[in-house]
Design a protein around this ligand. Structure first.
Ligand code: DP6
Length: 361
């Protein structure tokens, strides 16, 4: 990436200041599951960025003590040593691409719009928000500023190094991460947005209602799951299939084939969990209530003939995906029939969003 050379050798004047971004989570339609060293994906993935589930992160920066990256970190107003260590490790790992970090002291404070214990993955929103702040700091201190496109590309690049799926949250709407023959300009190094002109309008306002089947941290981390794909007996087939599904989904989205799209995202969710169930060691993240909800969604779809589908991420919660024109009837159905399967009847209503916001702009 040529841009990296420009950033590495930029003229920086250290000063103090403050940046602030809010950045949303995203939900994958074609799943990223398996990676190589350097946070490179084993297959391309596609997601849409959410609207309400987001992280707000503010960074106050000033001249450091000259002994490398230094930092203090507050999560929801309180010191959090575990997160601080993770971020320190990350900042050290990217200081070769962003040498200014070694000269700065950063005070980072972060909070989520969704409860931390809700079982909603927060790495995509938190790491994309952090990456955007880092690029904003670069732009404040560098003699030669990055333009909008470069800014976002570099933020996506940095977010990927913190958490793969985070790189897709830098843009609103649908985004693709990972080189794919079907998406011009796609890359393993950063995500790219899909131009909404190529997508039939029915896909441009999808809802994602998240049924919280189980709160709390998941038993097996995504990192451990990615690792298990290395010796997985079905890995090669899985990666090939994900690559060809990128072509299928693109075709369905340009033709407005919501049925085909919905069935494909369900196949992806079940295959993701199939990979977990057939790895060594094997494990199951779905709960009995996950399956009950899936059956109910299928029943509802059959009976009402409404395009409502599910997807799963690496946990037990069910994401109910449907075009916003069906919000009233789907919400009613969820409230009356599905909340009994949710922990404390919890669920979140979200939808496709327009991407991160610079809160200092
Ligand atoms: C199942 O991005 O959380 O949500 O790169 O190790 O941080 P790391 O993994 P992460 O994996 C997300 C996996 C997934 C599918 C997806 O979002 O594509």
């Amino acid at each position: 990436m040529e841009l990296l050379e420009q950033i590495k050798s930029a003229n920086i004047s250290i000063a103090e200041g403050s940046t602030s971004w809010s950045s949303p989570s995203n939900i994958a339609m074609i799943k990223y599951w398996g990676k190589y060293s350097g946070q490179l994906p084993a297959n391309p993935s596609m997601s849409f960025t959410l609207d309400h589930c987001k992280t707000e992160t503010r960074v106050d920066f000033r001249k450091g003590n000259g002994n490398g990256v230094s930092l203090e970190f507050l999560f929801e107003g309180k010191a959090n040593a575990a997160f601080e260590q993770r971020i320190l490790k990350y900042l050290n790992s990217i200081s070769t691409v962003l040498p200014m970090l070694e000269k700065l002291h950063l005070s980072i404070s972060s909070s989520n719009s969704f409860p931390h214990s809700s079982g909603i993955a927060s790495s995509a929103s938190s790491m994309s928000a952090l990456a955007l702040n880092l690029v904003s700091i670069f732009n404040e201190l560098a003699e030669e500023k990055l333009e909008q496109n470069e800014f976002l590309q570099f933020a996506s690049f940095l977010a990927r190094l913190a958490s793969g799926s985070a790189c897709r949250s830098i843009y609103g709407g649908f985004t693709v991460w990972g080189e794919s023959d079907y998406f011009y300009g796609s890359s393993d190094l950063y995500a790219v947005p899909i131009n909404s002109e190529y997508i039939s309008p029915i896909f441009n306002d999808l809802c994602d209602d998240v049924l919280i089947i189980e709160k709390g941290a998941k038993k097996v981390s995504s990192s451990a799951g990615h690792e298990l794909m290395h010796d997985h007996p079905f890995a090669a087939n899985r990666f090939d299939l994900a690559k060809s599904r990128m072509g299928e989904i693109r075709e369905m989205m340009s033709l407005g084939d919501i049925e085909g799209f919905g069935k494909l995202i369900e196949k992806e969710a079940l295959m993701l969990h199939g990979m977990m169930m057939t790895s060594d060691p094997y494990y199951i993240l779905m709960k009995p209530n996950t399956l009950s909800v899936i059956e109910k969604i299928w029943e509802f779809r059959r009976e009402k003939n409404i395009p409502v589908f599910f997807t799963l991420d690496a946990g037990a919660n069910v994401h109910v995906i449907y075009p916003s024109e069906h919000t009233k009837v789907v919400s009613e159905y969820i409230r009356e029939n599905l909340l009994v399967y949710c922990e404390n009847a919890s669920y979140l209503c979200d939808r496709m969003g327009t991407g991160p916001k610079n809160l200092n702009a």
